[in-house]
Design a protein around this ligand. Structure first.
Ligand SMILES: [Zn+2]
Length: 414
């Protein structure tokens, strides 16, 4: 395979970053704004400076390594991802996108290419949302999802204030965290799911991110003694809830495609083995890449809850908990990712991101696309997370070609 990037150099950098904040089971532990995160950021900065980039840090700690373009008045084409990890995270989630971007910059140096637009490589602050919640803080501040002040005042599980931790590790920058022009944004990432591997594809061309709607359902029946209450006279809230869970599962199957319906938590009251449950509370997570289909799913969900409750002599209440609109990526950039994969002869498919990524927030303001590579067994957020060197190289090659196309000014991004 003759690629414009160096697979070995990319892999060496991935393995070296994995030595910073190692986990106990072969993974990584670089929680946001800890000493380990600082060490990872420092190594990144060192590598980027060696590659001839200039570094800036914004007020929320996002780091940007800039490579000059031929026209300094143009906004940069930006690549990026995150270096922070889950407490028992893998070596590639986030890190891969950052170091694939670095490999693109190093390869451009090798080939002596200067792009028309400047290029930037971003490391976003606290993507994981583990030590500080919510996730995707750096990209969220940049795109106006959160205010800078609310994020600086966020308090970690260990009691530390985010703004203080930024100061402590030396990444409280002065560049504006909200005004950062970009021509386009590209993020490479491991899939974090099994689809590419199961279907034997090498590249996932990400067309956007799923919309999500989360609800809480409370089903009310009547508590009664498990012995003296005949079956025909029961109002069993758990039976009603069980029918709802099953019907929701079938709803996801029936809509098909990228539709997902999940019940993840269920509480039964009074939780006694000889009492008919009088009350059940459960969570519902509906996802689809098209908001119109998601609206249909919500309507059907509401109807099936009402029907199942009535069929069991119960009542049910549905409370919305959280929602996130579907985020389509920029069609021209997505097509360019696809063209790039095709140009190298990689097998590929369009795929929707089921997980949150910095790119999903950035896409609200800037033409954005993502490149997915397979991860072994679909395992992620786990120390066992793994990828192959060849897949890593393929993703970086697709990123390289797409960035060149976006940065030479000929690709219409609007
Ligand atoms: Zn990630």
């Amino acid at each position: 395979m003759d690629l414009p990037i160096s697979a070995a150099r990319l892999w060496d950098s991935l393995m070296e970053m994995a030595t910073i904040g190692p986990g106990t089971q072969g993974g990584s532990r670089r929680l946001a704004l800890t000493d380990e995160d600082r060490a990872g950021r420092d190594r990144f900065v060192e590598w980027c400076q060696q590659a001839g980039c200039t570094i800036s840090v914004d007020q929320v700690g996002n780091v940007f390594a800039r490579r000059a373009g031929r026209d300094t008045s143009l906004p940069p084409v930006v690549m990026g991802s995150h270096l922070d990890t889950q407490p028992t995270g893998g070596r590639f989630d986030g890190v891969y996108g950052v170091l694939a971007g670095l490999e693109v910059l190093r390869s451009l140096n090798d080939h002596g290419i200067t792009t028309l637009h400047p290029l930037e490589l971003a490391v976003w602050t606290n993507e994981e949302g583990s030590r500080f919640s919510p996730p995707m803080m750096g990209s969220g501040v940049l795109t106006g999802v959160f205010t800078l002040d609310e994020i600086l005042d966020a308090v970690a599980q260990d009691g530390a204030r985010l703004g203080d931790e930024l100061e402590r590790i030396g990444y409280a920058g002065t560049a504006s965290a909200t005004d950062h022009p970009m021509a386009a944004y590209l993020e490479a990432h491991i899939e974090q799911g099994p689809v590419l591997e199961v279907e034997g594809h090498q590249i996932g061309v990400v067309s956007g991110a799923q919309g999500q709607r989360w609800f809480e359902v409370t089903v009310t029946g009547q508590e009664a003694h498990a012995g003296p209450t005949p079956m025909r006279l029961r109002r069993d809230a758990l039976v009603a809830a069980a029918r709802m869970v099953d019907a929701l599962h079938h709803l996801g199957h029936r809509i098909g495609g990228d539709a997902c319906t999940t019940v993840g938590i269920l509480d039964v009251e009074p939780h006694s083995r000889n009492v008919i449950p009088g009350k059940v509370w459960f969570t519902v997570d509906l996802r689809h890449p098209d908001d119109a289909v998601l609206a249909t799913m919500e309507a059907e969900f509401r109807q099936l809850v009402a029907d199942c409750a009535a069929g069991c002599g119960c009542t049910a209440a549905i409370a919305p908990f959280w929602d996130f609109p579907a985020t389509p990526f920029a069609p021209a950039l997505v097509a360019c990712v696809e063209d790039s994969a095709r140009a190298f002869g990689f097998s590929q498919r369009r795929i929707v991101s089921g997980a949150g990524h910095d790119a999903v927030y950035i896409a609200r303001k800037v033409p954005t696309a993502m490149v997915f590579i397979p991860c072994i067994g679909g395992i992620s957020h786990n120390e066992a997370e793994d990828i192959s060197l060849d897949d890593a190289a393929r993703g970086a090659a697709v990123l390289y070609r797409t960035v060149l196309a976006a940065a030479d000014g000929t690709l219409s991004l609007s």
